[in-house]
Design a protein around this ligand. Structure first.
Ligand code: ADP
Ligand code: MG
Length: 302
C-alpha cells in the first residue's frame, strides 16, 4: 500500500472504533481467512455475575464465598471480579456476603497460574479457586463436585470450583451472557468465507453451550494459554491467514503469534500490548467493519 492509503485506512478505522497500532496488521486483515476467538469477554459480555453457590458436603456457602473472594481480590480475571462483587454484596444466589465495606481476610502465599485459577492461604486454610485442572494440578481430585459442575455448565455458565484444605467444597456458578451482536457478526464473517474457531480455557460443556448459541461448530475447550498460541501457529503453518481476537493475559501469546492480533478494548493491558489492532468497544461488529475498511483502503495493493 502507499503510505498515504495506509494513513487514510488507519484514520477511517479510528472513526469506526478500531484503533490501529500496527498498520501492517490493518493491511493483512483483508486477507484473513480464519478468525480465532476467545470466548470470555470476546463472544460474551465479559461482565460475569455469580448466580449460585452449590456446596458439597457440610461446607458453609458464606464461608466458602468469603475464602474464595479473599483470593480473587488479587486477580484481574473477569471471573474473579464476579466473585469479589458477590461476596461484598452478599448477592451470590441468596448466599450472604461479608457486606459492602467490610474487608475480606488477608491472604498469604498467593499464586495465580494463567488460565487456571488462584490459590493461597486464607485464615489458615489452603484454598484453591478455579478449573478442575487447577485442582488436579494441586493434587486435589475434583470428582466429588463434577456432577454439580456439569449441571452449571449445561446452561452455558462457568463452573468455578473451590477446594478448601485439599477437599472440593463448592461450585460457584458464574453466568456471562453472549453479546447480542456476536451471532450476527460471526455470520457475516462466515458469509465472507472466513472460518471461525473458538478457543476457551473453559470446560467442554460450557464451551459447547455457548458455541451452540452463536453458531460456531469448530471449538476447543480447556485450552491453556500455551495451546492457544500453538493452535494459531498450526493454522498459519497450514497456510491460513489468521486473526486472533482476545482480551485476556492468557490470550497475549496467541495474539502476538497471529497474522493479525485483535484485542478487545475492555481487555487487560498485556492483551492490548500484544495486539496490532484494538476494538474500542468489545464487539465483533467492529471487526467486520475493520475488514471492510482494510479492503476498501488497501484492497488493490500487492
Ligand atoms: P477464557 O479462555 O475463557 O478466557 P481463561 O483461559 O482465562 O478462560 O480461564 C480458563 C479457566 O480457568 C476459566 O474458565 C476458569 O475455570 C479458570 N480460571 C482462570 N482464572 C480464574 C480465576 N481468577 N478465578 C477462577 N477461575 C479462573
Ligand atoms: Mg478471556
Amino acid at each position: 500500500a502507499t503510505p498515504m492509503s495506509v494513513m487514510v485506512g488507519v484514520g477511517r478505522a479510528a472513526g469506526a472504533g478500531v484503533l490501529v497500532k500496527d498498520a501492517q496488521a490493518m493491511q493483512q486483515l483483508q486477507r484473513v481467512d480464519t478468525v480465532v476467538v476467545d470466548k470470555t469477554g470476546t463472544l460474551t459480555q465479559g461482565r460475569p455475575q455469580l448466580t449460585g453457590v452449590q456446596v458439597h458436603g457440610d461446607a458453609d456457602p458464606t464461608q466458602v464465598l468469603v475464602l474464595a473472594a479473599a483470593l480473587e481480590r488479587s486477580s484481574e480475571h473477569p471471573l474473579a471480579h464476579a466473585v469479589v462483587t458477590a461476596a461484598d454484596a452478599g448477592s451470590g444466589g441468596g448466599v450472604g456476603g461479608v457486606g459492602a465495606g467490610r474487608s475480606l481476610p488477608a491472604v498469604e502465599d498467593f499464586t495465580a497460574p494463567a488460565g487456571r485459577g488462584v490459590s493461597g492461604l486464607v485464615e489458615g486454610h489452603r484454598v484453591l479457586v478455579g478449573s478442575a485442572r487447577h485442582l488436579r494440578e494441586h493434587d486435589v481430585d475434583p470428582t466429588p463436585v463434577q456432577e454439580l459442575a456439569e449441571g452449571v455448565r449445561a446452561g452455558g455458565a462457568t463452573a468455578v470450583l473451590v477446594a478448601v484444605d485439599g477437599t472440593p467444597a463448592a461450585v460457584l456458578a458464574i453466568a456471562d451472557p453472549v453479546r447480542q451482536t456476536t451471532a450476527e457478526a460471526l455470520s457475516v464473517l462466515r458469509a465472507e468465507g472466513v472460518e471461525v474457531v473458538m478457543l476457551t480455557g473453559d470446560a467442554e460443556a460450557t464451551a459447547a453451550a455457548v458455541a451452540g448459541q452463536v453458531g460456531i461448530d469448530r471449538f476447543e475447550a480447556e485450552v491453556t494459554p500455551e495451546r492457544k498460541h500453538e493452535v494459531v501457529r498450526e493454522l498459519r503453518e497450514q497456510g491460513h491467514v489468521v486473526a486472533m481476537v482476545g482480551d485476556g493475559v492468557n490470550d497475549a501469546p496467541a495474539l502476538a503469534a497471529a497474522d493479525v492480533g485483535v484485542a478487545v478494548g475492555t481487555g487487560t493491558d498485556v492483551a492490548l500490548e500484544s495486539a496490532g489492532i484494538t476494538l474500542l468497544q468489545a464487539d465483533l461488529t467492529a471487526l467486520v467493519r475493520a475488514r471492510r475498511l482494510s479492503r476498501a483502503t488497501m484492497g488493490n495493493i500487492r
